[in-house]
Design a protein around this ligand. Structure first.
Ligand code: 0A1
Ligand code: ZN
Length: 885
């Protein structure tokens, strides 16, 4: 384990490496507790690096066995080695070869970083700084080397041996051992290194690239699980084709391997030619996977595959540039999924995710720019801000410069930076060049944290037939950034006339008009603190449909009137904004209910409910969009809108009241929809079928909220008769909110049916952890003692504890402090074993300052106690320190 205190790393301190490592030859002899790693490094001084510097390699918990320079053993005074570092005091001026042999213990590796065991297999995870746990190295992304890896193992234990690149040799050895040699011709940073050894099954397929090269694709899984990998394979093939068509990017090796493992800290990893996946994002069958699991697999498979160009062929100069590969690759996988499915539904779900994860991050003490300028622990920067807001920046760039220039910029980026480690500046320069536009102000999106707030005042002048929008932007202060400069914000908009028709935008001449181009594209740019825009020839008072398609990651305020929102919900040509109108109306209702509980005026939902009823009854169009409109803002959405003095109990009762009333009002229409969207013959995971299931299940859930006496039995029936996991788990979710024997029986039956499948058992864990009842905290403690639970497995921990802390606001924030105490216990127990996971769990407390005072105090005490614990990891102490900061 690395020793505290963690050092601050600053972007401003970046210096090119003093040495380069052109070639790495590894010979790795796998053994459960004593794996021998022999590395031969071809090193030379970097002409751009600091002259005369000693060679300082990174290590982390290594045991050095042997070291030689140009073939001769090194004298002890020539170097200094600790478990965490290796220093060669006076390296030769010319190129030299350093041979280093280390021992590592994969069985003792509970951090799941470096070389570790998952089940009976050996696997690796090197991003961000795991390679130094395998051998001493310049563990930084701007050192690119060509790797040859020889892997040796017991043939019976690990008949499958996989590495990066192409297979170039294999053979049997004495004593039941065997070896395989892999060579990766593409220079790469060490964080993309990987190997796998184990007794695994696989499925394979041949793929012909657009230029006619054949690639062998294979997905390796636990033996017996092979049939569950077919959707992942299908997604891979579609991703490869799509990247050729959408970005002109072809795959470059002879093989592409994916391995699914059960113990993994994140979703998956893009190691060159050898992607390693959390099995949650590979394995699926109609009986075990929900529609959202299928969508998750499709997008993660695509994401990792797309990294081959955005991340691997072009990598990052330093970890501050993480968004260069992550934001861009998320943008690419989002576009891919949008093309495979309903674009509008995909956008809605991405924006829901952004608001649920990134907005709170940006509004709290952990806020950081998409490209941070300082970190203590890089593992804590794999955040929604870097990933999801990073993707929004790329999307805005495309909106601003247009599709053609965007594609030209991407082509230029690929051509210019292939084989290098690049920066955000390099990336933006390509688009500036391709579009002829100065992107200096745009680059503030990478530098300034915080979510901009846009306020809008509108005014209709009936006599002059003009409509004026007064826009104003401001961005709240965030840690270390008190004053914000104005952003360039692309605001997609339209005007909806009295009859619901889309008005043609026509700008008034002069300074206050929008440009002709802005009107034609329906996108205005807000790049100053304020901008007033006058539209002319507006026959009657219109309603502005603003931020169409969520064209920028901002908040709009103040909320529109109910009448305006109802017009948008009924008529907006932009599907996203129709959904947004429903969400805004629901939020209005919740806030009115909260006011009513405090003695204020109650909610008048009649028009809103009527509008939803028309949507449900219309029966035409996309049922998945109707389902989205009926999916009310979550408790967490509501808390975020509230912003301060959040009381989760108050939110829960107001939201439950709305669900109950809506369920009652819509009951006949919902019952009809539930029947109309009953499962058809055969199962397909495609978007259309998933949309039908979404509609059916949202109907079931609202029906039960309106009338548990009839909705409960309906859910029981659906649970028993379900022919796919989506219908079964949704029925169980509905039942989970209805206390009683039927619910407990259903949970027991579910477990009996799926106890052998750990991914399904995770759903069972997660649902129970999110039951909004006082008893749940004790239930969670019981689940942690369940024979299927293990602190060593990140998926189990996330299913039980993560779901509780992030998905059960009333219990997690219980006034008696029991929820925080549970989190504290788990974080502290987990920290010495898996600090990355412990730190992630702890970030559930990131919004503690927005809570009402009593909870805020308990949360603060909890954080302080955690921070005062001796021997805390750098990961957890970084989160606790910043959260309190
Ligand atoms: N680069 C991967 C995510 C990833 C990051 C860190 C990991 O270990 C600390 C593992 C995976 C991706 O974006 O998919
Ligand atoms: Zn990624």
């Amino acid at each position: 384990m690395r020793n505290p205190p963690p050092q601050a790393v600053r972007l401003a301190d970046y210096r090119p490496p003093a040495f380069l490592i052109d070639a790495v030859d590894l010979d790795i002899s796998l053994d459960r507790s004593k794996t021998r790693v022999a590395a031969r490094l071809a090193i030379r001084r970097n002409p751009a690096g600091q002259a005369g510097a000693p060679l300082a390699l990174d290590g982390d918990g290594l045991v050095l066995r042997r070291v030689a320079l140009d073939g001769a053993p090194l004298a002890p005074e020539a170097y200094e080695a600790t478990p965490d570092s290796f220093l060669l005091r006076a390296p030769p001026e010319g190129p030299f070869t350093l041979e280093i042999e280390t021992d590592v213990d994969p069985s003792a590796n509970t951090q799941l970083s470096g070389l570790y065991r998952s089940g009976s297999a050996y696997c690796t995870q090197c991003e961000a700084e795991g390679f130094r746990r395998i051998t001493y190295f310049l563990d930084r992304p701007d050192v690119l080397s060509v790797y040859t890896t020889r892997i040796e193992a017991d043939k019976s234990e690990a008949p499958v041996l996989l590495g990066n690149g192409n297979p170039v040799g294999a053979g049997d050895l004495d004593g039941g051992r065997h070896f395989a040699i892999w060579r990766d011709p593409f220079p790469k940073p060490c964080y993309l290194f990987a190997l796998v050894g184990g007794d695994l099954g696989h499925i394979s397929e041949s793929y012909r690239t657009s230029s006619g090269r054949d690639v062998e694709l294979a997905i390796y899984v636990e033996r017996g699980k092979e049939p569950f990998a077919s959707y992942a394979m299908d997604s891979l093939v579609r991703s490869m084709r799509w990247d050729e068509q959408a970005f002109g990017r072809e795959y470059d090796l002879d093989v592409f391997n994916i391995v699914a493992v059960s113990d993994f800290n994140m979703g998956a990893m893009e190691n060159k030619g050898l992607n390693i996946f959390n099995d949650k994002y590979v394995l699926a069958s109609p009986e075990t996977a929900t529609d959202s699991d299928y969508a998750g697999i499709e997008s993660v498979i695509a994401h990792e595959y797309f990294h081959n160009w955005t991340g691997n062929r072009i990598t990052c100069r330093d970890w501050f540039q993480l968004c260069l590969k992550e934001g861009l690759t998320v943008y690419r996988d989002q576009e891919f999924s949008a093309d495979q499915r309903s674009r509008a539904v995909k956008r809605i779900s991405d924006v829901r995710g952004l608001r649920a994860q990134q907005f709170p991050e940006d509004a709290g003490p952990l806020a950081h720019p998409v490209r941070p300028s300082l970190y203590h622990e890089i593992n804590n920067f794999y955040t929604a801000t870097v990933y999801e807001k990073g993707a929004e920046i790329v999307r805005m760039l495309k909106t601003l410069i247009g599709e053609a220039d965007f594609r030209r910029g991407m082509d230029l980026y690929f051509a210019r930076f292939d084989g290098t480690a690049a920066t955000v500046e390099d990336f933006l320069a390509c688009f500036a060049e391709a579009s002829g536009r100065d992107l200096a102000q745009f680059s503030l999106w990478y530098e300034q944290a915080g979510t901009p707030q846009i306020s809008v005042q509108s005014d209709y002048d009936a006599a002059a037939k003009t409509f004026t929008l007064a826009l104003e932007q401001s961005t709240p202060p965030t840690p270390g950034q008190s004053d914000k400069k104005p952003f360039v914000i692309p605001l997609a908009l339209g005007l909806i006339g009295e009859n619901g028709d889309e008005l043609t935008l026509s700008a008034a001449p002069g300074e206050t008009g929008a440009s002709g181009e802005e009107c034609a594209r329906g996108v205005v740019e807000l790049s100053t603190p304020k901008r007033k825009i006058v539209f002319e020839n507006v026959p009657s008072r219109p309603v502005a449909s603003l931020l169409r398609g969520f064209s920028a990651p901002v908040r709009l305020a103040p909320p529109q009137s109910a009448e305006d929102l109802e017009r948008l919900l009924a008529h907006d040509s932009d599907s996203f904004n129709r959904w947004q109108a429903a969400q805004s109306l629901a939020l209005r209702s919740v806030f009115a209910r909260i006011e009513a509980a405090r003695g204020g005026e109650g909610a008048d939902d009649k028009a809103f409910f009527d509008a939803l009823k028309r949507l449900v009854e219309a029966g035409e169009g996309d049922p998945s969009l109707v389902a989205q409109a009926l999916s009310l803002p979550s408790e967490i959405d509501i808390a975020r809108e509230m912003g301060k003095d959040v009381d989760p109990d108050v939110i829960y009762s107001a939201r439950s009241g709305l669900r109950r009333d809506l369920g009652r009002f819509l009951a006949p229409a919902l019952a009809e929809a539930h029947a109309r969207f009953a499962p058809q013959e055969g199962f397909s995971p495609d978007a259309a079928s998933a949309g039908r299931r979404a509609m059916r299940n949202v109907a079931l859930d609202l029906l039960a909220a309106g009338d548990p006496a009839s909705g409960g039995p309906l859910a029981e029936r659906q649970f028993a008769e379900a022919t796919n996991m989506t219908d079964r788990i949704c029925a169980l979710a509905t039942l989970s909110h209805l206390p009683g024997a039927a619910r407990e029986d259903a949970f027991a039956a579910f477990y009996e049916r799926y106890r052998k499948d750990h991914l399904v058992v995770d759903k069972w864990f997660a649902l129970q952890s999110t039951i909004p009842e006082v008893e749940t905290t004790a239930r969670v403690a019981r689940l942690m003692a369940h024979e299927d639970f293990s602190l060593a497995n990140p998926n189990r921990v996330r299913a039980v504890v993560g779901s509780f802390a992030n998905g059960n606001p009333t219990r997690f924030h219980a006034l008696d402090g029991s929820g925080y105490a549970l989190l504290e216990r788990v974080v502290l127990e987990l920290d010495p074993k898996n600090p990355q996971l412990a730190a992630r769990l702890l970030s559930a407390l990131r919004s503690w300052r927005s809570l009402e005072e009593r909870r805020r105090k308990i949360a603060e005490t909890t954080l302080r106690r955690i921070l005062a614990t001796p021997d805390l990891s750098a990961d957890v102490s970084d989160i606790a320190t910043r959260a309190l900061g």
